[in-house]
Design a protein around this ligand. Structure first.
Ligand code: SAM
Ligand code: SF4
Ligand code: SF4
Length: 364
């Protein structure tokens, strides 16, 4: 069972209120919003579709997301214009990074047009997370549209393991082509996300490290999480990041690296031989709620303040009823200032069964 780490009250804070530890709390930019624990709004993940061409067993198991599953009809999705307008309001409140996600974001038709619109918002870094299946054909256009970097998910180099994990028999080679096309197009450094599930791909940890050592790509190992309600999560399937680091370090010695910025999700390690770096994302064994600055917008325009939330706040209604930017801002301020999420700090095997939004709906 996971240890519960309470968030400590801030010195001088309101009675009953709590705040992030001063050592880790990001410095709010002027006009920025802070939540009930003093955490700044800094990142926005925008899920542009709930569709995906993969059925990764830890995310969209076929038993649930089979042929009878009802996806959102197109008219319920935010239009590109609506997304861009919402994104500008978030940027005005201190957001400095947008990440497009899904479902599979490259399945959203003309995604490059949305990227062009978001790239015009000043002072915001623009990235995208993809399963890589269609990346080879899109990489150049994405770069030209203004995308800065890309993260590609790849769980194994072993074809049989990868085909079983994506559960649609998709080959590793095509994702590797996508990664190379992204690097060639200048969407670098390319980050590679590997979800590690003990019974499925623990044996792929070292081959993945060897494959990407010295390439300039940054491999990140992610602990298998209890997102949604459908992936049959069990604690004994989680491979703790410290075990991953121990395994890699024994073969290819590592040393820790400082975070790029306060609140960075991945803990960084670099190869002592100069072969680049890896990251570990320990959402289960070392919760990082104290520095969580991320908001998430679902494809139909709901704002979720935590990956494990069970409800979101509807912004589409405002966007479609002629509300002003100030009215949208007011709702955002209200939601963020009341935010007190810290699911990962409270996680137990029992909380895994609570109702939560699906990962394929709001992205990672
Ligand atoms: N379809 C895209 C992809 O796979 O990159 C973007 C959306 S996907 C939901 C975003 C990230 O969430 C991926 O890197 C994926 O591996 C990760 N993910 C999905 N389910 C997860 C789980 N149960 N635990 C940890 N990471 C998960
Ligand atoms: Fe699709 Fe990404 Fe989920 Fe896999 S992790 S099923 S690629 S949304
Ligand atoms: Fe942020 Fe929620 Fe994850 Fe904690 S559990 S780090 S609050 S998204």
């Amino acid at each position: 069972m996971n240890r519960v780490i309470p968030i400590m009250p801030a010195a001088g804070g309101a009675p009953g209120a709590a705040a992030a530890s001063p050592a880790r709390a990001p410095v709010p930019p002027s006009g920025a919003l802070t939540d009930a624990f003093g955490r700044t709004l800094r990142d926005l993940r925008i899920s542009v579709t709930d569709h995906c061409n993969f059925r990764c067993t830890y995310c969209m198991p076929k038993e649930v997301f089979g042929k009878d599953y009802v996806f959102l009809p197109h008219g319920q999705l935010l239009s590109f214009e609506e997304i861009a307008r919402l994104a500008s309001v978030f940027a005005a409140h201190g957001v400095r990074k947008f990440r497009l996600t899904g479902g599979e974001p490259l399945l959203r038709r003309n995604i490059e047009r949305l990227i062009e619109m978001l790239a015009r918002i000043p002072g915001v870094e623009l990235t995208l997370t993809t399963n890589g299946s269609a990346l080879a054909g899109h990489a150049r256009a994405l770069k030209m549209a203004g995308l800065r970097r890309v993260t590609v998910s790849l769980d194994s180099l072993d074809d049989e393991t990868f085909r079983a994990m994506n559960d649609v028999d998709f080959p590793v080679a095509r994702v590797l082509e996508g990664i190379e096309a992204a690097a060639d197009a200048g969407l670098s450094p390319v980050k590679i996300n590997m979800v590690v599930k003990r019974s499925l791909n623990r044996a792929s940890i070292l081959p993945m490290a060897r494959r990407f050592h010295g390439t300039g790509h940054i491999l990140r190992y992610i602990e298998f999480m209890d997102v949604g309600q459908t992936n049959g999560w069990r604690m004994d399937e989680v491979v703790p990041s410290r075990e991953v680091v121990r395994l890699v370090d024994a073969q290819m010695p590592l040393e820790p690296v400082d975070a790029n910025y306060p609140g960075e999700v991945a803990e960084r390690w670099r190869y002592r031989d100069g072969g680049g770096e890896i990251g570990v994302i320990s959402s289960v064994t070392q919760a990082f709620c104290r520095s969580c600055t991320r908001a998430r917008i679902s494809p139909e325009g709901k704002l979720y303040t935590c990956l494990f939330a069970n409800h979101g706040t509807d912004f589409r209604a405002l966007l479609r009823s002629g509300s002003s930017d100030e009215e949208i801002s007011a709702l955002l301020r209200q939601v963020w200032s009341a935010r007190d999420d810290r699911y990962s700090e409270l996680r137990t095997q029992a909380t895994a069964n609570l109702p939560k939004v699906e990962m394929s709906f709001i992205g990672g």
